[in-house]
Structures are given as C-alpha cells and as structure tokens.
Write a protein that binds this ligand. Sequence first.
Ligand code: C5P
Length: 225
Amino acid sequence: MYLLIPAAGSGKRMGANCNKLLLKVHSQSIIAWTLLAAEAASQIRWIGIISQPSEWHDFKAIVAGLAMTKPVEFIPGGTTRQESVYNGLQALPSEAKEVLIHDGARCLATPELFNACAIAILNCPGLIAAVPVKDTIKVVGESGIIESTPKREKLWAAQTPQGFNVQLLKQCHAEGVRQGWEVTDDAALFEKCGIQVRIVPGEETNLKVTTPQDLAIAELILSLR
Ligand code: C5P
C-alpha cells in the first residue's frame, strides 16, 4: 500500500516558530513517531512525505536517523492541506491503485490501524478511521448563539489514515479545484462528489497534535506504551 503523509503545515496553533512536526515528543520528533508506525505497518510499502522544500534538509536528516527499510520520497507541500495532498497524488508511482493519506501530526496512530485501513480499502472506494464523539456537539452561529444540536449517535470524529481509490481521489481533487471547494480532509471531496466513504474504527489515542497541551498528552500516551 502507498502512503502519503501531509507534513507541510506551519504549526501556527502550536505557537512554534517551526513546523510543529519537527518538535520532539520524548526522544523523537513528531514526524519520526509517525514514520516509525508506518515503517512497522507490514501493509505499507512506499511512503511519500509532503513537506515544504525549505524543510527537506531537516526531514531528510530525521529519515536518515530512523534507518527506514521502505522507500521514502519527498514531495513539495502546498499552501493548504488540500493542495499538499493534490501534489502528493501527482507524485504517486503510476502503479498505485489505492492510497492511504495520514496526517504527519497524528503521530500516535498504531501500525495495526494502518494495516486495518490498508486491507479495508481494497474493498471500497473510500474510507476513514473515525471514533464516535463523546461530547454533545453544537452548531453555533457567528453571534455565538446555538443554531442546532445534531443527534450524537450519528456523529463521528474523523481521523486519519483515510484510504481511497487513487483514480477517484484524483478526479475528486480536480473537481474540487474546478468548483473552488475548500475542505479539511479528503473524504469531504468524495462526499461532495457523491461517492461513498465508509468508517473504519479509529483509535481514541490517535489524536492530532495541534496545541502545546496535545504535546503533553502525546508524551503521556507514549510513555504508557
Ligand atoms: O493544520 P492541521 O494540523 O490541520 O494539518 C493537518 C496535517 O496537514 C498536518 O500533518 C500538516 O502538516 C498538514 N498540512 C500540509 N500542508 C499544509 C497544511 C497542513 O501538509 N499547507
């Protein structure tokens, strides 16, 4: 299975003055933990890291230090996650029929989750790892007044890995560019194009490291493993 890792964000919400994926959790950077999980997932055979060329020097040094056995390619990032994934899709080897996309910031996803997604995507056009939400979710208007309360039983928190048929995902991204759709994950493009995306059970610990608090939680979770 081919794996694309969007890793070209700026880390603004982390308040860091560098890409947050270069920050350390215990002994390793966030991106290193993500790569170690991908390396340990037997179903993954090729990894594309999408990041800003100005940071390739740092990313390449990290990859060299991990002694990866799988091929790792570097792909230039875009100004949004959507653009970064678009670039990644263009860089996939032509024989790639399915692809997993996994945010570099989700450094706690296990090899088992990668493998489960890699196997499941062979039998459907699109999937995402997701967990049922625990909170009651409110839709809130600009004035700060609640507009509605969706039924919690129907609400799931989207994670990555997300898996897709490559040809369909390329078509959905192209349609997204034509229509000017702005989305925060790739499943949303499938949904907008009317293509079914199924849920694979995600992991409660598979958090996206976004804020300094998330870094502390990630440290705790890794120390318990
Ligand atoms: O900013 P956020 O945490 O939502 O980004 C999700 C993932 O997308 C991160 O791994 C980040 O590095 C990546 N990203 C990207 N290109 C961008 C913005 C974000 O690859 N322009």
